[in-house]
Design a protein around this ligand. Structure first.
Ligand code: DC
Length: 226
């Protein structure tokens, strides 16, 4: 498979971090401010997991899942995600799909199948890309590399707030358990584990809101542009 880097592959801001770290919202906001395209790489892993489930593929069948990843019939249009012409924008955000995505993301063949697909999102317009391995694997020449962190407790609280749940009930506890499970899987897998590259700017968002986080990244961006 060809895995060419594009000639303008420095025009990328790579934002990596664990689940529920706010990276999607932050990355999309920065893309809009800088008038760049936005890549939500996690969506590709989620779509692959959903498609594999729909096709009733055995979770252990790495080759078949990679084949699906390579041929995903997906269209990103006007903020919506269509899989086989069906709107799955909300379906792919469930915890179940997230956990399955994390499982199949550990397969080297799946990661290889999605590599070029992710790089193809980069045009002369430039890109803000979020995920787990944007800086380490997909866009190693990115001009700015950000690694977001926040404690699992803080991230679970944010997710509970999004879902309008109390932060002391059973559902909250389950969210926390799921987040910790997914962190462990993403951090310890053999291929492209979630970890900051040496030249990443580490941003702990535990006590920052979205606006403050966006501003901090834009400040770093201004510094490298000087
Ligand atoms: O960012 P997210 O929660 O939508 O990602 C879903 C899963 O996909 C995540 O648990 C791990 C995997 N993933 C990955 O391995 N590499 C990426 N670049 C993005 C996501």
């Amino acid at each position: 498979m060809s895995t060419l880097l594009s000639p303008y592959d420095t025009k990328v801001i790579a934002i990596d971090g664990p689940s529920a770290s706010g990276k999607g919202t932050i990355a999309a906001r920065i893309a809009s401010i800088l008038n760049r395209d936005y890549l939500d790489s996690g969506a590709l892993y989620r779509l692959t997991a959903l498609f594999a489930k729909q096709r009733k593929i055995d979770w252990a069948n790495e080759e078949q899942i990679a084949q699906l990843a390579a041929t995903l019939p997906v269209i990103f249009i006007g903020g919506k995600i269509l899989l086989n012409d069906l709107d799955v924008t909300h379906t792919i955000r469930s915890e179940e799909v997230g956990l399955n995505a994390s499982k199949i993301a550990a397969y080297p063949l799946v990661r290889a199948a999605l590599l070029q697909r992710q790089r193809d999102f980069l045009t002369t317009k430039g890109l803000v890309a979020d995920g787990r391995d944007m800086a380490s694997v997909v866009f190693p020449n990115a001009e700015l590399k950000i690694f977001l962190t926040a404690s699992a407790q803080v991230r679970a609280k944010r997710r509970a707030l999004q879902l309008d749940l109390a932060i002391n009930g059973e559902e909250f506890k389950q969210i926390l358990v799921d987040i910790e499970k997914r962190d462990a899987a993403d951090r310890t897998r053999a291929v492209a584990p979630l970890q900051p590259v040496a030249d990443a700017h580490i941003l702990d968002t535990s006590s920052l809101n979205i606006d403050e986080s966006v501003q901090k990244i834009l400040d770093w961006y201004q510094i490298i542009k000087k």
